[in-house]
Ligand binder design. Structure first.
Ligand SMILES: Nc1ncnc2c1ncn2[C@@H]1O[C@H](COP(=O)(O)OP(=O)(O)OP(=O)(O)O)[C@@H](O)[C@H]1O
Length: 208
């Protein structure tokens, strides 16, 4: 379990400040909605938290109960599902699952067959990802997050491309696999972050 501390976290692209001076503690296991209008900086903030993009000013620090984790290592402790992260389209589903779980451990007690059942993708095991529908790809992206043994899940627009049944599935997965993990949801749709007790609105950090 990991606590995240944002200390005066600030980011700008060229002359435009996307957010400035975010002071925030994200306790281990807490659930956060990151909200704000299109282009406000939600994805930029989670990319900084994930260590993908550096801040312009300030710091993000990560702590277990006993030690500080270096930001270089944080990627081992989190997974991200986001529209801008593409799946390797030429892989079959089975190849992709095998590839992904070379880098991340699967949760204990979950094998590939159970994952396929939970994602409703069992009959597509030999199909290349480029033949998946957008909803199937979204279930797969989310499944890869939920089934990885990490303590932080970053879900950027998690229900995009999901129909009503898919959205119910997402909520069921949050209930089944969200306990005892930190979850950050970038969204403008209250239905996809209903379970989040905490909220941060990027618009509140545009000026000093
Ligand atoms: N690599 C980059 N270089 C320059 N500007 C960027 C870069 N990445 C993002 N931006 C800008 O930063 C701002 C915030 O973008 P971001 O994608 O974080 O917003 P968002 O709140 O996630 O938007 P949406 O709701 O549309 O997904 C936008 O003005 C965007 O153009």
């Amino acid at each position: 379990m990991i606590r995240i501390e944002l200390e005066s976290a600030s980011k700008r692209f060229q002359y435009e400040w996307i957010f400035k001076n975010i002071q925030l503690t994200i306790p281990a296991g807490s659930k956060w909605a990151i909200t704000g209008s299109n282009g406000s900086g939600k994805s930029t903030l989670v990319k900084a938290i994930a260590g993908i993009n550096p801040l312009s000013e300030g710091k993000i620090r990560y702590f277990t109960t006993s030690e500080e984790i270096h930001s270089d290592q944080i990627f081992n402790h989190l997974t991200i599902s986001a529209p801008y992260l593409e799946l390797p389209e030429e892989f079959t589903l089975l190849e992709l699952l095998n590839f992904h779980f070379k880098f991340k451990n699967p949760l204990r007690d979950i094998d590939i067959s159970t994952m396929l059942e939970k994602m409703y993708l069992k009959e597509h095991i030999s199909k290349p990802i480029n033949q998946f529908s957008s909803g199937m790809k979204q279930r797969l992206k989310l499944g890869l997050c939920f089934f990885s043994d990490v303590s932080i899940l970053i879900l950027d627009e998690p229900t995009s491309n999901l129909d009503k049944k898919g959205i119910d599935w997402y909520n069921e997965m949050i209930n089944l696999f969200g306990t005892n993990r930190t979850i950050l949801v970038c969204s403008n749709d209250p239905d996809e972050y209903e379970f989040c007790a905490q909220q941060i609105n990027i618009e509140d950090y545009k000026k000093k």
